[in-house]
Design a binder for this molecule. Sequence first.
Ligand SMILES: Cc1cc2nc3c(=O)[nH]c(=O)nc-3n(C[C@H](O)[C@H](O)[C@H](O)COP(=O)(O)OP(=O)(O)OC[C@H]3O[C@@H](n4cnc5c(N)ncnc54)[C@H](O)[C@@H]3O)c2cc1C
Length: 71
Amino acid sequence: MVIGFGPCGIFVGLVLAEMGYKPIILERGKEVRDRTKDTFGFWRNRTLNTESNVQYGEGGAGTFSDGKLWT
Ligand SMILES: Cc1cc2nc3c(=O)[nH]c(=O)nc-3n(C[C@H](O)[C@H](O)[C@H](O)COP(=O)(O)OP(=O)(O)OC[C@H]3O[C@@H](n4cnc5c(N)ncnc54)[C@H](O)[C@@H]3O)c2cc1C
C-alpha cells in the first residue's frame, strides 16, 4: 500500500505495477480539477481549504511545479 499520490507515490506505484503488483494508493486530497480551484482560491482570495491546497491532493506539491517533475 502506498500513502500519498505525490511524485514519490506516483513513481513507486508505477514501479510496483511494472513489477506485476497492483498497489493500492491512498490520497487524502481531492482530484486535480477540484484541487486547482481550491488552490487558486487561496492564492487569489485567501480562502484556505485545509484539506485541498498546494500541499494536499492528487499529484502532491508536484502538481504546481514548473514542469521539471512532470517530465
Ligand atoms: C509551491 C511549491 C512549488 C514547487 N515547485 C517546484 C518546481 O517548480 N520544481 C520542482 O522540481 N519541485 C518543486 N516543488 C517541490 C516538489 O513539489 C516536491 O519536492 C515534491 O512534490 C515532493 O514529492 P513527494 O511525493 O515526496 O511529496 P508531496 O508532493 O508532498 O506528496 C505527498 C502526497 O501525500 C498526500 N498525503 C499526505 N498525508 C496523507 C495521508 N495521511 N493520507 C493520504 N495521503 C496523504 C498529500 O495530499 C500529497 O498528495 C515545489 C513545492 C511547492 C510546495
